[in-house]
Design a protein around this ligand. Structure first.
Ligand code: IPD
Ligand code: CA
Ligand code: CA
Length: 268
């Protein structure tokens, strides 16, 4: 891959991920509640965002930047992403709850969006040292090798993952109902606690689909281009067109047919 944006995203995602992996060598992890029942942020999230923002600003001073810890609303982010400006959208630590519990499923994610389209991005998983990179029209790679989705089209045989939307207790019921419905229709279901990890796993064929009603642009910007370049499809949870306003959630799958089959079950 010789796309300058994808290469930069990959290098910076890896640097921030390694920083997170070794954070406890030099710092004590400080956990804060963000206001919702189970929504946490740590000093590691904040430091990682500082690192990513400063590296991107140094390389691409003319580009805009949105990070999760800036605290912008979905509507504000969607407005910025519609503009013709290049905008980097980053999640400095996806899977914060896993990270706090020393569970290795967490990632850094850096995507580049222009005119509402994700054009390049990288997701890095520090524990297995896996770097997923893609640029629009140039394919997707894992540690430098091309990756492809399974192409699975059959819901009955699909191995999928979801999230419980744990942050907001009032929405757990609704989500667990949906998880039960989809869980009964598919081949296998996992709940892993990191949207970026799940999207990357779908892109490289380790699973067939992932959905979540409570995501934000920074959770998916890099994942969308990686997944689509690997042959997968993205939609809202009800299989309608995906939008960065995030109003109807995020669904990705190994094929367009699988996205449609999902919509049928979720809408029921
Ligand atoms: C969260 C994770 C989690 C998902 C949440 C996200 P964070 O991101 O991706 O799996 O269920 O909706 O907010 O807070 O760890 O960056
Ligand atoms: Ca996230
Ligand atoms: Ca995060």
């Amino acid at each position: 891959m010789d796309n300058v944006y994808a290469i930069a995203a990959g290098e910076i995602a890896r640097e921030a991920g390694q920083f997170l992996k070794h954070f406890s060598d030099g710092h004590r992890l400080a956990v804060e509640n963000k206001g919702c029942d189970f929504d946490f942020v740590t000093n590691a999230d904040r430091e990682s965002q500082r690192l990513i923002a400063s590296r991107l600003k140094a390389r691409f001073p003319e580009h805009r930047f949105v990070g999760e810890e800036d605290g912008l609303s979905d509507a504000e982010v969607a407005e910025i992403l519609k503009s013709g400006d290049y905008c980097w959208v980053c999640d400095p630590l996806d899977g914060t709850v896993n990270y706090i519990h020393h569970l290795g499923l967490y990632a850094t994610s850096i995507g580049l969006v222009k005119d509402g389209v994700a054009v390049a991005g990288a997701i890095y998983l520090p524990e297995p040292d896996e770097l997923f990179v893609a640029a629009r029209g140039e394919g997707a790679t894992l540690n430098g090798r091309p990756i492809h989705t399974t192409g699975c089209a059959d819901l009955r045989h699909a191995f999928v993952s979801a999230d419980v939307a744990a942050a907001d207790l009032s929405r757990r019921d609704e989500n667990l109902e949906r998880i039960k419905r989809v869980g009964l229709a598919v081949g296998g279901l996992r709940i892993e606690g990191s949207a970026c990890v799940c999207i990357a796993q779908t892109a490289c064929g380790r699973q067939d689909a992932y959905w979540n009603l409570g995501l934000h642009a920074w959770d998916v910007a890099a994942g969308i281009v990686i997944l689509e370049e690997a042959g997968g499809a993205v939609a809202n949870v009800f299989a309608g067109p995906f939008g960065f306003d995030m109003k109807r959630g995020f669904l990705c799958a190994a094929s367009g047919q699988l996205v449609e089959a999902f919509g049928e079950v979720v809408k029921r």
